[in-house]
Structure formats: C-alpha cells, structure tokens
Design a protein around this ligand. Structure first.
Ligand SMILES: *Cc1c(COP(=O)(O)O)cnc(C)c1O
Length: 462
C-alpha cells in the first residue's frame, strides 16, 4: 500500500515511512492511496474471533508491504497484552437499543491506548530493523501524553519526552506521566498552558538543526498509524451486534476527529455503518461546520471534558479530502484560509459529509445531568466525555438500528466531575490502585525553546 498526502504535493510513502514521518512535507496528512474493501463474507467471518485476530485481518492490507505476517501478529499481541479486559473493547448494553463500547481498559484508562500501544511496538520493530533510534516529543493536555509514555516506556530504540502544562492536568493524568520509572521516559512540567506546550513542540519541529540532531519523531493524532488502530474496534463492535447482516450506528465524543475518522474508514471498507454521529462539548467547531455554518475557529473554553477542548480538529482535513473528491489542491487552499480564521464548505462537499456524519453539541450542565441519569437508569458510572456521547446519541437514535456510543475514558480518570454529577467517587481499577503511592519523577521547566531543546539534548541516551 502506498500513502499519499491530503494536499497532493508530498512524495508517496510506504506505511512504515508514513508512520515514522507523521506530517507530510507539504503540511498535509497521509492517507492510503486506496481504501481496502472487505467482502461481506470476510466481515461475517470476524464474528466471535479474538480482538487480536480481528485486528490482524482489518489492518493487514494497510501494512502488508512494511511488515511480515508473523511479525505483525506478534506486534498486535504485545500491544494489547497489558489490557485489563480479555475482550479488549467490550460492549455493554445501556438500554434496548443503545450500547457502550468500553475503550478504557488499557494501561492509561482512555481509548488512546489502542493506538499508542500498537504504535509503540510498530516503532520499536521498524527502528530495530533500520538500526536507528528516535526521540519522541509530545505535548499533551493529559490523555495523549500518558498513553505515549505507557506505550514507549522501556523500548530501547526510543526516548520519549512529554511536555504538559504545570498544574493544569488532573492528578491521575499527572501521576500516569510521572510515575513510570523507565530511564527513557521524561516528563516535563512546563510553566505555561497547553497552547504554550504545543507551540514549543511546533517550534522544535521547525528547528531543523535540532530536529535532525535528535531525530525528532511525532506521534500526535495525525499519525496515520493511530487512525489505523482505531478502525479495528468499529468492526469488533459491529459484528458482535450482527453486522454485516444488520446495520449499526456510532456516536463518538470528538475533539481532533481522529477516532470518528477511523469509523469513516471502517464504513468505506464495507462495514454497514448507518450514521456516524460527532458529539462535541461547548467547543463545537465541528458541530457548527456540520450544521452548515462553515469551519471557523472560536476561542477554546475549558470544559469538564477537557480532551475535547479543541478549536481546530486536525484530522478533519482527512474527511475534507474525501468530501472534495480527493482534490489535494482544494484541501491545500482551505487550509490556507484556515490560517486567517476559517472557510465555508462547498455545497457538494457538505452533501458528501452529510452522507455519513451527523452531529450534536452538549452543554456542561447537560453533561453532568447525563452522568447522573446514566447511573440512575443504566447503573453505569461514565466519564464526562462518554456522557457527551450518550446525550447526543439519544438525540440521534433510530428505532431499528442499534446505536453504539464510544466510552472513551474510565470515570476514575476524571473523578471530580463524576463525583460532582453523581455523588459517587469512581475508584481506580485494582491493577493501578497504588498510583497515588508510587514515587513521581518530573522536571519543572521554563517555557523557553532553548531551555527545552537543551534539556532534551542532554537527556537522550547515547
Ligand atoms: C482524545 C480524546 C477524545 C477525542 O478524540 P479525538 O480522536 O481527538 O476526536 C475523546 N475522549 C477522550 C477521553 C480522549 O482522550
């Protein structure tokens, strides 16, 4: 499989190259040159298989030129062995026709583990083969950083540095980043906010001396390998509810559009998905866009579902690429307009988006109310992101099609909001109940590019 850029001006790459590169040189995002399609028989045959086997069959056409079959199977096995549930992504029934897909049984209790754990193993195997090593630097508002640290800790081809805003992540999130003892893990508490961390990261990538010197690599949500790993659970969930003989719909708590875009690819691969519903909190650029108001940036307002506090959804560019008939220069022009505030979506592209996507927005009060209601009526304690999804899903539910809402994080990751809404304190799963006792290791650091680069240079392994 060859990979092409959404902006049409970057060289075609193999899967391995696209994964190690992340962002394309023309500023675009990589996509497979063709979306592989599975037959109805092939999809039906997935029913009842272990998650790892479904993962292999769904992802193999995307990676086959870059990894051997046995090698890829071993990678998948290692990626998911640390999950706290044998089903990996179990499905729970909320009411007659509404199901929760629990994606929080990985090591950091959020769905990002599905992609990050896989990408860690893929990087390690690819780099070993090349006799190479890289420095991964990430900026996080919480969930991505801890997932990256858990995925890369102890791997000898990689050093991982995570920048997070000092004092602005939850205690669980911070401890998940500061308690791993592996020497290749470096948690940096930056004096600044999340935007400062992201800006510093961007500056590092634009500092070519530094970038080449430390072999900088990125694993943020635009990396195609992350999208790929997320396609799998759409298949596992849909076949367990009767696909391909029966249609299903999904509602996805959305920020950067990575998770729901994986659902779009699952649909294009032949999975009978009726609707893909985007659920946003008050940071609603996607809901406004899908309602026909154009794609215009607003100010980010902090919410109780912080992993969705985003005003520019980086992966939406991939959906636009298909909506604009795979026209890279049209996408490049839209992204230019975005730099100065935003753009209107053409009528044809709006129609294409509406063929697959619906959307809804949820207020802070509605989020709290939904946590309370879900506990009272379905005996499930859910995290605020999941609650945003449940609320929007209930508004978009059709009688004859099962609705599956993605439960993106464990409630114990956001205990304050959950307790405020429900009166119940969500306990950590027993396998990490000593998180509050483990010693922390963190470097507090000034929000200054030179200081940060210096620190990274001095702390990478020889
Ligand atoms: C990252 C995240 C989201 C948003 O996912 P996107 O792929 O960015 O749309 C939703 N919920 C939780 C808990 C997350 O960590």
């Amino acid at each position: 499989m060859k990979y092409i850029s959404t902006r049409g001006q970057a060289p075609e790459l193999t899967f391995e190259e696209a994964m190690l590169t992340g962002l394309a040189r023309d500023g675009g995002l990589y996509l497979p040159a063709e979306i592989p399609v599975m037959s109805q028989d092939e999809i039906a045959a997935l029913a009842g298989l272990p998650y790892e086997e479904i993962a292999f069959r769904v992802m193999w056409p995307y990676v086959s030129g870059s990894f051997a079959e046995d090698e890829f199977k071993a990678i998948i096995a290692r990626a998911y062995e640390g999950f706290g549930h044998d089903a990996r992504a179990p499905l729970k029934q909320l009411n007659e026709n509404h199901f929760l897909l629990e994606l929080f049984h990985g090591p950091t209790l959020a769905f990002k583990d599905f992609a990050m754990q896989l990408i860690g193993q893929l990087f390690q195997v690819a780099l070993k083969r090349r006799g190479d090593r890289v420095t991964i630097v990430g900026a996080t508002s919480g969930d991505t950083g801890s997932a990256a640290i858990e995925a890369f800790r102890g791997l000898d081809a990689v050093d991982v540095f995570i920048l997070f805003p000092h004092g602005r992540v939850s205690e669980v999130q911070r401890r998940q980043m500061t308690t791993p003892a592996d020497s290749n893990v470096h948690a940096l508490a930056v004096d600044g906010d999340f935007d400062d961390c992201q800006a510093a990261l961007k500056d590092m990538f634009n500092d070519f001396d530094f970038r080449d010197g430390v072999k900088l690599a990125g694993v943020n949500s635009i990396n195609f390998a992350r999208v790929l790993a997320q396609i799998v659970y759409y298949f596992s969930a849909a076949v367990s509810l009767g696909a391909p003989h029966r249609k299903v719909s999904f509602t996805v708590p959305t920020g950067n559009f990575g998770d729901i875009f994986a659902g779009y690819l699952a649909k294009r691969m032949g999975l009978p998905i009726d609707r893909l519903v985007v659920a946003t909190n008050q940071n609603d650029i996607l809901h406004r866009c899908l309602s026909g108001e154009g794609y215009f940036k607003g100010d980010t307002i902090p919410s109780i579902s912080p992993s969705m506090d985003i005003q520019v959804s980086s992966n939406f560019e991939r959906a636009l690429y298909y909506a604009y008939g795979e026209d890279g220069s049209a996408v490049a022009q839209l992204m230019d307009e975005l730099k100065t505030g935003g753009f209107n979506v053409s009528q044809g592209a709006m129609e294409a988006l509406r063929e697959s996507f619906d959307s809804g927005r949820v207020s802070e009060d509605e989020t709290l109310e939904t946590i309370k209601h879900t506990l009272a009526h379905s005996a499930e304690l859910v995290c605020p992101h999941t609650a945003v999804g449940i609320k929007v899903a209930e508004e978009h539910r059709a009688e004859d099609v099962p609705m599956i809402t993605l439960a993106t994080a464990h409630p114990a990751k956001f205990p304050a909001a959950v307790e405020k809404a429900s009166g119940e304190h969500p306990p950590l799963p027993s396998r990490m109940s000593d998180l509050y006792e483990r010693p922390e290791r963190v470097t507090r650091i000034a929000n200054n590019l030179g200081t940060l680069e210096d620190h990274i240079r001095r702390h990478i392994a020889e």
